[in-house]
Design a protein around this ligand. Structure first.
Ligand code: PCA
Length: 193
C-alpha cells in the first residue's frame, strides 16, 4: 500500500487550536490506495521544513500533503504555487520574523505543486464542499514548508501539495467551517489524487 504523510500545524497567532492539525488527526487510517500517517509540525521557519523532510524520508512517503490554517478564507484552498520568499507579518512561534529573505539561497523563484491540485479542488467542490484553487500560499511558515518540500523532492517519487483550510467553527472566528466538513473535503481531495 502507498504511504501518504499528512502534516498539520500547531496553533499560532494567539489561537488555542489549529484546524489543520485537528483535521490531520481525524482522517481515517486508509483512504483509497493510501495509508494515512499524520504528523504535527511547529510554526517555525526552517524547523517545520526540516522536521517534515526527515519524516518523509523515514516513512518513505509516496505523497505529502501539508495542511495549514488560512484565517479569513471561506473555502478550502489547495495551493498551486510555492515561492522562494520568507516574509512574516507576525513572528513565528520562536519569535523569528524574516523580511524578504529567500527560503533556499540560490533556489529557483517558484515551484508548482507535484500533485493534481486543480483536480483536488474540483473533487471537493463536486461534493458540495466550498473549495477553490489558490495561486498564493503567502510568504509565512506554510509557504516556507511548501517551497522546501517541493525543492527537496523535485523529480523524485515523493509528490507534494499544500492545502489551506479556513478557521473551524470552534475557534469562534469568522468566516469558518465545521471541522467535520473540512475533514470530508480533505478526504475527497485525497481520493482525487
Ligand atoms: N498557517 C500559517 C502557518 C501555520 C498555519 O497553520 C501560514 O499560512 O503560513
Amino acid at each position: 500500500m502507498k504511504k501518504l504523510v499528512i502534516f498539520g500545524f500547531e496553533p499560532f497567532g494567539g489561537e488555542s487550536i489549529n484546524p489543520s492539525l485537528e483535521v490531520a488527526l481525524r482522517l481515517p487510517e486508509v483512504i483509497g490506495e493510501y495509508k494515512i500517517i499524520s504528523h504535527r509540525l511547529p510554526v517555525v521557519f526552517g524547523e517545520a521544513a526540516d522536521m517534515a523532510m526527515d519524516i518523509a524520508e523515514r516513512e518513505d512517503a509516496d505523497a505529502l500533503i501539508c495542511l495549514g490554517q488560512a484565517g479569513g478564507r471561506e473555502q478550502i484552498t489547495p495551493e498551486l504555487v510555492a515561492i522562494n520568499l520568507r516574509n512574516a507579518d507576525i513572528p513565528d512561534n520562536k519569535g523569528n520574523h524574516p523580511k524578504d529573505e529567500p527560503v533556499v539561497n540560490g533556489g529557483r523563484e517558484a515551484y508548482f505543486s507535484s500533485l493534481p491540485v486543480r483536480k483536488m479542488a474540483e473533487a471537493m467542490a463536486e461534493r458540495g464542499i466550498p473549495a477553490r484553487l489558490s495561486y498564493s500560499a503567502g510568504a509565512y511558515v506554510c509557504n516556507d514548508l511548501y517551497y522546501s518540500l517541493l525543492h527537496r523532492f523535485f523529480g523524485t517519487k515523493r509528490r507534494v501539495c499544500f492545502i489551506h483550510v479556513p478557521y473551524c467553527t470552534d475557534q469562534g472566528r469568522m468566516p469558518s467551517m465545521e471541522l467535520d466538513r473540512i475533514v470530508e473535503g480533505i478526504r475527497a481531495a485525497i481520493e482525487a489524487i
